[in-house]
Design a protein around this ligand. Sequence first.
Ligand SMILES: [Zn+2]
Length: 187
Amino acid sequence: MFERGFKTWCENYSKQKRTILGFGSHAPLDARALAEHLGIRVWTPHDVPKLSSESLAILLRNDGKTPSCWSAVTLVVGSKVVVILNSSHSRARQASDLTHELAHRIRGHEAQEVHVTDDGLMLLTNYDKQQEEEADWLSGCLLLPREALINIKRRRLSEPDAATEYGVSVKMLNYRLAMTGVNRQFV
Ligand SMILES: [Zn+2]
C-alpha cells in the first residue's frame, strides 16, 4: 500500500528530528516543537484574526458534519503556514491531528481543494487517499517510533501509562504496537 522504503523513511525521519530537537530516540516528541522547527504555526480557531463567517463555515464543514467533528486544517496566510487545531479535543487527539497535518507538509502533499476566502486566507483541504494513509502512518511514527514502542515494552509500562507519557491515545498505541510487529517481539 505504501511505496517501497516509505516506512523506513518515516522511522529515520522521526529519529533525525528527535535528535535535532534534542529528544532521545525513544523519548516522547513534542509535536508543537516539531511544528516550530518546521516553521509552522499552531493556532486554535480563536487565534485566527478576523476569521470571516465564510472561512469559519469552510473550516467547520471540512472534516465533519458538526463543529465538534473537525480536527485540524492547514491554512496559508501569505507566506506563513498555520495549522489550526480543534482545541476542544483531547490532548492526545490534538497531538495526532497536528502531526498528521505536519506530515502532509513534510511529504509535500498537494491539497486537492484549496479555498481562498475574500480575506485572503487559503484553506488546504482534501488530500487523496494515498496521501491520507501516508500522513496517518508518518504521524504515528513521529509520535511512537519503533524505538519508543520497544522501550515501552521493555519497561513493561501499562498501556494507559505509556499513552499518557507519550501524549497519545491507547488506541493509537495499540495500533502502532500491532502494525510495527513490536507486539509479536514481546510475547
Ligand atoms: Zn490529512
